[in-house]
Design a protein around this ligand. Structure first.
Ligand code: HEM
Length: 82
């Protein structure tokens, strides 16, 4: 859990423009063993948006982060079996 917090924090920092960089597994590989539905991705992005708003991140910055993360949707869908 501690490691996941760190790698996800790095990931979000990089998505937000750095200077922190993400150096764990590529998103597709990291989720190969994770069972989820496509709708869970929307839920994850929605929670991210809510979190950014709760901490009063300016709308433009928040949108840029949300878009950068949402851009991984295809990679995630690609990790689903079949
Ligand atoms: C845009 C959506 C998402 C992004 C950008 C994302 C990104 C990440 C990143 C960066 C990690 C860390 C990988 C590592 O430490 O090597 C991670 C791990 C994980 N994610 Fe996601 N994720 C997304 C959606 C989801 C969804 C929808 C689920 C399931 C409902 C999920 C479940 C997990 C789990 C269980 C791990 C831990 C895997 C492990 O360490 O064994 N993620 N994710």
């Amino acid at each position: 859990m501690e490691r996941l917090r760190r790698t996800q924090t790095d990931f979000l920092c990089e998505a937000a423009g750095g200077p922190e960089t993400y150096d764990a597994e590529p998103v597709r590989e990291a989720h190969l063993h994770v069972p989820f539905e496509p709708a869970d991705i929307e839920r994850a992005v929605g929670l991210l948006r809510e979190g950014l708003a709760a901490f009063d991140v300016p709308e433009d910055d928040a949108e840029a982060v949300v878009e950068a993360v949402a851009a991984y949707e295809e990679e995630l869908l690609d990790s689903l079996p079949g």
